[in-house]
Design a binder for this molecule. Structure first.
Ligand code: S3P
Ligand code: PEP
Length: 449
């Protein structure tokens, strides 16, 4: 929904040990893809564990607008009656993707090779984000885009009536761009080839195969070469969405920095294209046990036992960035509580997320008494270690769920409370955040103005 609602000021204060079990919601990336691929299959796809965050609800509404039947049966339990590749109907209304970059970019791809138009809108955060990165490759298929200056929403895409397959080298490490091209390639005759120089999350590749598309992946000198054969009939699937490692990051990092904590976070996806934060935390000295590794819904998962730990700053290698791109805000909080300096390189993509996340974290951490350095592509946090983080600030969240949750986690371990001006965006990806954290003993509350 594009109407970003009434701000919800919130604050977090120093808490006693966090204890118990944190059942985080379904993966956001896989949830969007289940609905979109379900809508492009012929017949009924069943989804369990779907994330019911606003981002995904907006994608569900969009799939209905394109003609799919999308039904909620119970919590996380959904079905999608799809219309087949090329079977989308022209939506009668504007497609409002709210706060979601993934939603808007994947749906643009999915409709771009069908002869119809659709107009996309979003909230004040999404309206600032660059869409040229998807409309450039979609133009190669024959689609046209009419948006605001700089390729911003609102934007109308006129789908290609006679799409041609495409060979495209993705210029930025982005699973959204890769996925938009693959989804567009579904309705182009022949082979669409996408090449990524740096591997990004591979859910689209895994799920397209699961839905019966012919797709190969080859590691070459040029990068990961993904070849998709167009115009398949996608078969409906039963999708069990694993728990989201990006949401799990918040209780996990909270437990690491709140003295005496000991929590269990079950069934978290350990997909290697998503687990860079966990590798980094272990390198910093985190006490995390990866128990009961297994496969669920085609993804590797494990139960995470996390205990409060003494952490040391490290250099996070640039080539790890894509596998933890959404986790840098919470890592920068953990880094503030570590001994020594943490250097995060190759992070400039953070500047085009829901907010400029490097700037948002740097300003908020500074307000909490932490020394931070930033360059275009680098964030450096000087940890306060034993001395502790002073806190006592109100941080601006800029309509960004991950910034809001990161500063609230900081407040659980800082000397003085940390407030955020607006916690309402948390509902886009993790509506159960407040209840889940309270269940562990975290002192987070809504502040009445
Ligand atoms: O494909 C996806 O599901 C996503 C890709 C990433 O964005 P980029 O493709 O812009 O890196 C990530 O930040 C986002 O939360 C989800
Ligand atoms: C970047 C994110 O999401 P999106 O791009 O889908 O808005 C995120 O969830 O951190």
């Amino acid at each position: 929904m594009s109407g970003h609602g009434t701000p919800i000021p919130m604050s977090a204060r120093k808490s006693g040990p966090l204890k118990g079990r944190a059942e985080v919601p379904g993966d956001k990336s896989i949830s969007h893809r289940s609905l979109i691929l379900g809508a492009m299959a012929v017949g009924e796809t069943k989804v369990t564990g779907l994330l019911e965050g606003q981002d995904v609800l907006d994608t569900a509404a969009a799939m209905r607008a394109f003609g799919a039947e999308v039904t909620r049966h119970g919590e996380g339990d959904w079905s999608v009656h799809g219309v087949g590749v090329g079977g989308f109907a022209e939506p009668e209304q504007v497609i409002d993707c709210g706060n979601s970059g993934t939603g808007v970019r994947l749906i643009m791809g999915a409709m771009a090779t069908t002869a119809m138009s659709a107009t996309f809108a979003g909230d004040a955060s999404l309206r600032k984000r660059p869409m040229g990165r998807v409309t450039d490759p979609l133009a190669l298929f024959g689609a046209r885009a009419y948006g605001r200056q700089g390729g911003r929403l609102p934007m109308t895409i006129v789908g290609a009536a006679d799409p041609v397959p495409v060979r495209y080298v993705v210029p930025v490490p982005s699973a959204q761009v890769k996925s938009a091209v693959l989804l567009a390639g579904l309705n182009a005759p022949g082979q669409t080839v996408v090449i990524e120089r740096e591997p990004t999350r591979d859910h689209s590749e895994r799920m397209l195969r699961g839905f019966g598309a012919e797709l190969t992946v080859e590691d070459t000198g040029e990068g990961r070469v993904i070849t998709l054969t167009g115009q398949p009939e996608l078969r409906p699937q039963v999708v069990a969405v694993p728990r989201d490692p990006s949401s799990a990051a918040f209780p996990v990092c909270a437990a690491l920095i709140v003295e005496g904590s000991d929590i269990l976070v079950p069934g978290v996806s350990q997909n290697p294209t998503r687990n860079g934060l966990y590798t980094t935390l272990v390198e910093m000295g985190a006490d995390i046990e990866f128990q009961n590794p297994r496969e669920e819904g085609g993804e590797p998962v494990a139960d995470l036992r996390v205990r409060a730990s003494t952490l040391n700053g490290i250099e996070v290698p640039e080539e790890r960035a894509a596998s933890m791109i959404d986790e840098y805000p919470i890592l920068s909080v953990v880094a503030a509580f570590a001994e020594g300096t943490t250097v995060m390189r190759g992070v400039k993509e953070l500047r085009v997320k829901e907010s400029d996340r490097i700037d948002a974290m740097a300003r908020g951490l500074e307000a909490c008494g932490v020394r931070v350095e930033e360059e275009e592509d680098v964030l450096i946090v000087h940890g306060m270690g034993q001395g502790g983080v002073p806190g006592g600030a109100t941080c601006a969240t800029h309509i960004d769920h991950r910034i809001a949750m990161s500063f609230l986690v900081a407040g659980l371990a800082a000397k003085r409370p940390v407030s955020v001006d607006d916690g309402s965006p948390i509902a886009t990806s993790f509506p159960a955040f407040e209840g889940l954290m309270a269940g562990l003993g975290a002192q987070i509350r809504r502040d009445n103005r």
